[in-house]
Design a protein. Sequence first.
Length: 418
Amino acid sequence: MSNILIHSLVFSPDGVSTAYLMTELAVELKRIGHFVTVISTTPHYNILKEKVESQPMRKHWLGLLYSSEIEGIKVWHVKVPYKGRRVWLRVLDYLRFHVLSVFVAVLKVKRQDVVIATSPPLTMGIMSWLLAKIWSVPSVYKVAEIYPDVAIRQGIVKNKAFIWLLKKIERFIYRKNTVIIPIAEQFAKVVEKRGVLRSKLKTIPDFVDVDFYCPKERKNEFSIKYNLTDEFIVLYAGNIGIVQDWEIVLYAAECLKNYPIKFVIIGDGAKRGWLREQITKRSLTNILLLGYQLKEMMPLVNASCDVSIIPMNIAGSKDGVPSKIYSIMSCAKPPIALVDEDSEIRYIIGQSGCGKAVSIGDGEAFVNAILEAYNDRENLHIMGMKGREYVKNHYSKEAIVSKYDELIKELTKLKIAK
């Protein structure tokens, strides 16, 4: 088996979806026999006290570096401060992380056979190539979001010279890495149009643990605690950020305030403060806003709802695929998604028949989709089980990790042949 270095901006014990996904990938690769090492950061995105305490970190290099272990995997954590709101400070944090990652690889990590890095940020693709150069081994760059497109569409990056530079970096990354892994065929088509040979692209979607995310009783610890057992519950659980359309969610809540329908929004992010203010300003008593929940609680959270919403704006739909779609479906809950016409989520919902996809910005259709679900709630379980069967067949952890295993074997054979 092979020595694998995983390089990710977030990793356990950070409590965010990318950290969960990369941690599970690392653990599964080790389980099937690979030797895995991780270079990441200290928890800075969503710090959960219980998770940090369960994975204690030792200080190195006067606090610039920490180390921990999870499931026998050595994890090196470059110290970064808690994620702030200012973009340029985050850029400096990323730069420090990148520079120190090279020193960690040279001084702390033994020879590796393959390097795997995941976006965001875009510059992780430079690091996958650079770290692989240390040992002259293949590099794999996972495209979890299309950058710089998502930043441009959101207006985060407006300077033309900087946009030109980011596009140059993007093409450099695609050219230099051995393999590019788009997480959706929609992304593969975009990357291919930018001059990347199809033979260099290997689409591998994100995955879900179908044993962990499974149907639970509606009346449970979470639903009882927050009094969610009687009303029709519309759930959103995840990042409350800039790639979601929160105006349309507020519009739907206003339209449906006279129905026994409650919107439950769980999470944190750049738009949470604004959302809280708007809920108060508009007197929307049918919205319950809660903080992040532990991953271990999420099956019960999902069980507490009737439908789960994925309210994307154009940037979020075109340039990203929220992994929550898989856990929602695995818990047998119908999703209602605001997505682009050619988005991966629309395709998944259409193929599985598990929910409803609504065009971005169509508030009336979004409200109608929720009302249709409310009026047909006796049949929601059937739709939910269709979704669960679909993810079991296409997006289970075991099925997706086997694709990474096959890729690793191909790359190590190629290296030996050379």
